[in-house]
Design a protein around this ligand. Sequence first.
Ligand SMILES: [Zn+2]
Length: 144
Amino acid sequence: MPLLLRALKYARAGPYSAVGVLLGVLILLSGGTWRSWRGTLEFGGGGFGRLVSRMPQPLRFSAMTLGHVILGVDTAALADLRPHEHVHVRQYERWGPLFLPAYLLSSLVQLLRGRNPYRENHFERQAFALAPARRAMQRDPGRG
Ligand SMILES: [Zn+2]
């Protein structure tokens, strides 16, 4: 991929990535770990992982993506959900600052239709279609 195009994709997702890095620093301060993987930063574990794992089901998740940053409850969840989360990274690159409003609007529309706002979300359906989640989602089918 040409360098300029790659730089534009990082810039479009940049505001979300910045928030992700801030949360990543908090994860590190809570005893978590990090690694870089194919253009992304992954943070997970520590007190953050324990806290998120104990949240009630509507709030609990195994991993989530903010721009080019992926946050996970532990390294196993990060590994299991990596293909799924990388679909979300591509979505952030494509949609830029509009990604989160579009994601939330899609969930709201599904909720108003009486459907599952997570599973029926357009962006989640695309991520599950392109990269079906493995073990972590079987353990915790709530989020990825
Ligand atoms: Zn997802």
